[in-house]
Design a protein around this ligand. Structure first.
Ligand SMILES: Cc1cc2nc3c(=O)[nH]c(=O)nc-3n(C[C@H](O)[C@H](O)[C@H](O)COP(=O)(O)OP(=O)(O)OC[C@H]3O[C@@H](n4cnc5c(N)ncnc54)[C@H](O)[C@@H]3O)c2cc1C
Length: 483
């Protein structure tokens, strides 16, 4: 069977989902194809979760323009989409004169980009503000924020779906052919036809462009590893070092997450395999040493986990640094809009990127605004955040609110059920984890994972052997020990 749409979006990261959400404002038929079992499976689920202000990016670049625009609209978007967000501000810390010069340059650059309220802090001001942090001076960005990138991506997807976008998970695009009317896209045994294709395939965007005959792009995977620390209030805002020229990222920083944990990272290491999200001893030791310089009192016993994300860099290893986003309809392949090298600040910039794609498409196709577009989406109600009276009311209404499944994060069975019944139909453990936030505490699922598996089998009829962490190749059980 061939599925026919006006527009096909390839890739269900934050950018693909933001493009889907922004295009769903118009009277066009849209499908999003994602190769994994859920959205946010790539860089969008493995990052620092910071809403950047935009002072790091070269004035006049797309990165600078879209980041500043994204930052200014982020809080309102999170309100519409019911996504956790907190404006924390951020400090960049200097350790020598060269760092102080860098911070003064970044302040001027940020002001040129349109960032508000940037300030340089003396050693005394830094000590007065955050006595626990090392360094001889700092730079303050009050517009920086933290948020939940999983829920953000899921919310964009759910809102796009509510406005008519069809999601095809476990659907890897394997071939793209030009036709008289547009494109014929193959994904395994499924065939899609569309007038326009938007390539939001992140690390694989150069390969997807090559499927359509464009071999000009190259992506260099660059891994960033992180530590996750248990809940702590040791830092009220992200603390970064003054950036060094030529590295692939922004430097190892300490970031309080929206859920109350502290993350340390990321490193920046060019690697061969874009799927290699391993944490390595050598890099983790280096991370810890660099983090100690920023926050000398760090306690290693607070570490509860690690993860890594891969940057889709256009700058090759010798060059380092950042090359600007590529967002364009290809002259040699009309109808194909490529998004290449969407590394940081891609999350922050995702909605402006979506609007930019809508602008590009409207040049060559009729994009009439829908009258009934609904910009809102409601997330899962967090039992632990409710007042005792509200909790009692919820339990009286639904006894599953009275059963705590994840003890570390106080997640109830009612929330797990809502996560399982998510509108996209994603059924993996990580899909449940990202929506309900279960399994993310100190025990890493030791207590609640078997309970979630039990709910899936006993109440949703899943065979145990079908339960997986992230889809194929990550199954929890291989077979029965007893008949
Ligand atoms: C270590 C690190 C830290 C970062 N920190 C921040 C930060 O604090 N703030 C910020 O703003 N940005 C940050 N970023 C950048 C941000 O994470 C990315 O720019 C953003 O997530 C990119 O989204 P995306 O949708 O383009 O890519 P992805 O999230 O990688 O999504 C691409 C999707 O395409 C799918 N796909 C690939 N090939 C195919 C195919 N053939 N068929 C179907 N689907 C396919 C993939 O499975 C994937 O889901 C960070 C990135 C990294 C790696």
């Amino acid at each position: 069977m061939t599925h026919t749409f006006d527009i096909l979006i390839i890739g269900g990261g934050a950018v693909g989902c933001a493009v889907a959400r922004e295009l769903s404002r118009y009277d066009v038929s849209i499908a999003l194809l994602e190769k994994e079992a859920d959205v946010a499976a790539g860089a969008s689920g493995r990052n620092s979760a910071v809403v950047h202000a935009g002072f790091n990016n070269k004035p006049g670049s797309l990165m600078a323009k879209l980041c500043v625009e994204g930052n200014h609209g982020f809080e309102a978007a999170c309100r519409e989409l019911d996504v956790p967000y907190r404006k924390t501000g951020k400090l960049l810390v200097a350790f020598d004169q060269a760092d102080l010069d860098t911070l003064a340059r970044l302040k001027a650059q940020g002001e040129e980009n349109g960032c508000q309220g940037l300030r340089l802090l003396s050693r005394e001001e830094l000590r007065a503000r955050l006595p626990q942090v090392g360094g001889i001076g700092a730079f303050e960005s009050p517009e920086t924020a933290v948020f939940d990138p999983f829920q953000y991506t899921v919310a964009l997807a759910e809102n796009a779906q509510k406005n008519g976008v069809q999601f095809f998970l476990n659907t890897k695009v394997t071939a793209i052919e030009r036709t008289a009317k547009g494109f014929r896209v193959t994904a395994g045994d499924q065939v899609f036809t569309a007038r326009r294709v938007v390539n939001c395939a992140g690390l694989h965007s150069a390969e997807v462009a090559a499927l359509a005959g464009l071999n000009r792009y190259h992506i260099y995977p660059c891994r960033g590893e992180y530590f996750i620390l248990d809940k702590t209030d040791v830092l009220p805002m992200p603390i970064y070092p003054a950036p060094k020229a030529g590295i692939g990222g922004l430097g190892v920083h300490l970031t309080p997450t929206i859920h109350g944990n502290l993350i340390i990272g990321p490193s920046a290491e060019y690697i061969e395999d874009p799927a290699d999200t391993a944490s390595t001893q050598v890099v983790m030791d280096k991370l810890w040493a660099e983090a100690q310089q920023l926050l000398p009192g760090l306690n290693g016993r607070q570490i509860i986990g690690s993860y890594a994300g891969i940057r889709p860099k256009q700058a090759p290893p010798g060059e380092g640094g950042f090359r600007d986003f590529v967002i364009r309809e290809e002259v040699s392949c009309p109808g194909l809009v490529n998004l290449i090298g969407i590394e940081s600040p891609g999350l922050t910039a995702s909605l402006p990127i979506g609007r930019m794609v809508a602008g590009i498409l409207s040049l060559s196709m009729d994009m009439t605004e829908k009258k009934d577009f609904d910009p809102t989406r409601k997330g899962i109600l967090r039992f632990r955040d409710q007042s005792p009276e509200e909790q009692a009311r919820l339990i009286a209404e639904d006894p599953d609110y009275g059963e705590v499944v994840c003890r570390c994060q106080t997640v109830t069975k009612a929330e797990i059920r809502q996560a399982i019944e998510n509108p996209l139909g994603a059924r993996t453990i990580s899909a449940i984890k990202y929506r309900a936030w279960a399994t993310t505490g100190r025990c890493s699922g030791g207590y609640c994972l078997p309970k979630i598996a039990e709910i899936l089998t006993e109440e949703y009829g899943m065979a145990p052997e079908a339960i997986s962490h992230r889809g194929d190749g990550s199954h929890l059980f291989t077979g029965r020990v007893k008949a």
